[in-house]
Design a binder for this molecule. Structure first.
Ligand code: MN
Length: 493
């Protein structure tokens, strides 16, 4: 076993074929766009969208004689991310030119970091659904420029180039080949996303391409050396990532079992067909003729500055999850769901403050999450703000409404954005605790259902029918505890 190869797949992770069992080996190179107003080496806006070529400085367009100037804030964001990944921060790093030609790369090279990246080895813990935690090692994080965009579908005979993205800062985060299933790969990507979002170093917006992964996949017989890997480029959803890995490992197993060998190549995943196909044969580092960028001095950082950034790090998802379990008594699952998303955890803590935290967690992870999901909204655009949901919980707590009516009120809050108190008042939904009104409803029910009175006295299971009918007769507004009590007395059960 080599140093690179500390993990073996668990038996349940092995893939079976006609000719035996196989182990899947996955490593990820994730490109995360740095949250920053300006680009990595120019003052042009890094904002998403905008008219084509509206955010392009002379540096981004690679006009002769232009010189790059490092954006200190982007460096700080990379350091912050490295610290969040429990990684080594290198006090001295360097920028290299990665040479290749592409119409959307006017310099003819990408400024990247090859030999001496700003961040070295780190690690994060992942917890794939229902599985034991696993540590995934990070090999490095380096800073580099994004390229522009070639647009091929506006004209049948021409290609257009939009350089808005050219020069935007990216962090390339490279993992070790430590993942042993598509599920682990997805869990790693999601964990990385929740960490950079919590740090505020990348918005993690996958639709806008802020986070995308190159997925390295190979297969081997358990215990053998790593096989030849293929790289699936630019996967921008964890669902596609899992499909691509599943497809790719089957493809490789079939080739090897039929006596063939895997060519190291770069492939593309086609989500419509659910398959990967050859894009180009894989290039190696030497194909790019890397050399230190003579326009940029080595990047030298002071330990004091790094310590200062470290001291300002926000609470990260793992620590937050632990705190939610300890402080609020949440289940590990609920705590993980809430802590993994900074919007969700802020929302939850606002609702939970001074209230029943488990009840708050239930409402946020279930009622609210389902409702938002149905409407295609996220928490930031939720018509029900945390304070309003808290007020609804208060109305339940003080007995103004019962749990069933609370769900109706919540539906109206979603629809109208009104405060729960106003809705209860307007619709006359206050809980009926007046025993006279409840007794009257029960007397009427008993008079009309003599047979069921006899039945419930022999069969205690029939009691539920009486509770349901009484609630119905009072428009769902009766206090369930009072209903139970009076029913028991009157029915003699
Ligand atoms: Mn890259």
């Amino acid at each position: 076993m080599t140093e690179l190869d500390v993990r073996s797949a668990r038996p349940d992770q092995l893939v079976s074929s006609d000719k035996g069992k196989w182990e899947i080996i996955v490593g990820l190179e994730v490109h995360a766009q740095v949250t920053s107003q300006a680009k990595l080496f120019s003052g042009a806006s890094a904002a998403y969208g905008g008219e084509p070529n509206a955010h392009v400085s002379l540096v981004d367009a690679a006009m002769p004689g232009m010189l790059p100037v490092i954006n200190k804030f982007c460096v700080e964001q990379a350091v912050r991310t490295g610290l969040g990944l429990n990684a080594q921060i290198h006090l001295k790093s360097r920028f290299d030119r990665k040479n290749y030609f592409y119409p959307d790369l006017p310099q003819g090279y990408q400024i990247s970091q090859f030999k001496d990246p700003i961040v070295g080895e780190g690690e994060i813990e992942i917890e794939p659904d229902g599985e034991e935690p696993v540590t995934i090692r990070i090999e490095r994080l380096h800073l580099e420029q994004d390229a522009g965009k070639s647009i091929h579908d506006l004209s049948p005979s021409e290609t257009f180039v939009d350089l808005n993205r050219a020069g935007v800062a990216l962090m390339e985060i490279v993992s070790r080949p430590d993942m042993r299933s598509s599920k682990e790969a997805a869990a790693y990507f999601n964990k990385l996303r929740s960490i950079v979002r919590a740090l505020g170093t990348c918005d993690g917006n996958m639709e806008e391409g802020s986070m995308r992964a190159d997925v390295n996949v190979s297969v081997r017989r358990p215990g053998e050396e790593f096989g030849t890997r293929c790289e699936i480029k630019n996967v921008n959803s964890t669902r596609f990532m899992q499909q691509a890995i599943e497809y790719e490992c089957r493809r490789q197993i079939e080739i090897i079992e039929n006596g063939g060998k895997i060519d190291q190549e770069t492939r593309l995943f086609d989500p419509d067909k659910g398959e990967t196909r050859t894009m180009r044969s894989k290039e190696d580092a030497h194909d790019y003729r890397y050399f230190p960028d003579p326009d940029l001095l080595p990047l030298v950082l002071e330990q004091a500055w790094i310590d200062q950034i470290k001291a300002s790090l926000p609470e990260l998802p793992d620590a937050k999850k632990k705190r939610f379990v300890g402080e609020y008594g949440l289940t590990a699952y609920d705590a993980g769901v809430l802590a993994g998303d900074s919007d969700a955890s802020t929302y939850f803590e606002t609702v939970a403050k001074g209230r029943d935290a488990k009840l708050a967690a239930n409402w946020v992870t279930q009622e609210l999450a389902a409702a938002l999901n149905k409407q295609g909204l996220d928490l930031a655009s939720s018509p029900v703000k945390a304070e309003a949901l808290g007020a609804l919980l208060d109305l339940m707590k003080d007995g103004t409404i019962n749990g069933k009516i609370a769900k109706d009120v919540f539906a109206k809050m979603l629809e109208t954005g009104d405060a729960p108190g106003a809705i209860v008042e307007r619709e006359g939904l206050k809980q009926v605790t007046d025993t006279g009104a409840i007794e009257k409803a029960i007397d009427e029910l008993m008079a009309a259902n003599a047979d069921k009175v006899a039945d419930v006295q022999k069969n205690p299971k029939a009691f539920g029918w009486w509770v349901g009918q009484t609630m119905k007769a009072t428009g769902g507004k009766a206090n369930p505890a009072v209903v139970n009590e009076i029913l028991k007395k009157k029915l003699g059960v």
